[in-house]
Design a protein around this ligand. Sequence first.
Ligand SMILES: Nc1ncnc2c1ncn2[C@@H]1O[C@H](COP(=O)(O)OP(=O)(O)OP(=O)(O)O)[C@@H](O)[C@H]1O
Length: 255
Amino acid sequence: MTDAAIEVENLSFGYGQTPILESVNVAFPSNRFSVLLGRNGSGKSTLFNIMAGLQKYKQGSVRLMGKERSKMSFSDCARVLGFLPQFHKSVFPFKVKDVVLTGRAAFSAFTPRKSDMTKVGQAIEELGISHLADRPYTELSGGEQQLVMIARVLVQNPKIILLDEPTNHLDVYYQTYVLDRLKKLTENNLTVIAIMHDPNMAFLYADHCYFMKDRTVVTPTEQFDYHASTFLEYVYDVRFTTVMVNDKLMVVPGR
Ligand SMILES: Nc1ncnc2c1ncn2[C@@H]1O[C@H](COP(=O)(O)OP(=O)(O)OP(=O)(O)O)[C@@H](O)[C@H]1O
């Protein structure tokens, strides 16, 4: 029995003739908070879209909780995995609780049941946004909207959630708030995998960090961990200085 929630093996993928992923091998551990980092355009969203079933793959294998993803039906996939894509703006002024309820759509067709409403209540409470339940979604701040969309993923009751840049556009308060909540979710048998851009925030909150470079996922060698400036310089093509802050190693980019 595997302890990886998602296992990717020898995955290669391209848009048309342009290769984007080449021989990607990575295993995201169950019930942990993992973060995927890397430069813009390095293929992070593409890998997430493939893992979430939005993009078909022909070469390699992607297993969700041990099952080959390409052989899973849409509803099987939705039972296992919830996905928050990078762009998810709604223009309709639906109430927050109704927006969250749409996350149950894969399970209850058109008529929501009482159990669906209970799930909605639990998810918005878990994310600390019960007070927003009757507000129109379009009137919320970016940070509040982000929490609503995470609640919408949670009501699917997935075992794994993929979040493409969940802290994008958030101020430091909401970044730490969202990351705290995501980390707590892993205590309830949930695997959380997020794309992030800030290495320091990732180091502070993630159990595991993975990096995309040269069309594949790279992890540091045993000689130096991922905080090491040489490894980050290789990933980002920028010089880094490492500093200790309250016993935590942080990195400062610079020329
Ligand atoms: N639908 C598409 N068709 C063609 N090329 C695409 C498509 N989507 C992405 N690409 C290209 O694939 C490469 C990887 O894009 P991707 O969005 O996966 O990178 P990323 O690491 O998530 O980037 P960012 O950090 O900027 O969000 C980029 O060069 C991008 O232009």
